[in-house]
Design a protein around this ligand. Structure first.
Ligand code: SF4
Length: 65
C-alpha cells in the first residue's frame, strides 16, 4: 500500500444538510443562526467518497443529516 493511502482514520463523518441534528455540546457550529437544510452538492459527496480508502478496515463512515 502506498504511504499516501495509509488507512489511518477511525471514522469519517459527513454532514449532508449543513444542519446536523446531533447537537453535540462541543460543536463549533452556531445552530441559532441556521434554519432549514442546505443539501450537499453531488460533486462534494463524490469527493467525500474518495476519502473511504483512508478509513481503517474497522472504521466507521457516518452520514449526518
Ligand atoms: S456537526 Fe459534528 S460536532 Fe456538530 S452537532 Fe453534528 S456531529 Fe456534533
Amino acid at each position: 500500500m502506498s504511504a499516501l493511502f495509509q488507512k489511518k482514520y477511525d471514522f469519517i463523518a459527513s454532514d449532508m444538510t449543513s444542519n446536523c441534528n446531533l447537537r453535540c455540546p462541543f460543536c463549533l457550529n452556531d445552530y441559532t443562526q441556521i434554519s432549514g437544510n442546505t443539501l450537499m452538492e453531488e460533486t462534494t459527496f463524490k469527493k467525500v467518497l474518495t476519502l473511504l480508502p483512508l478509513l481503517k478496515d474497522d472504521g466507521f463512515f457516518f452520514v449526518l443529516i
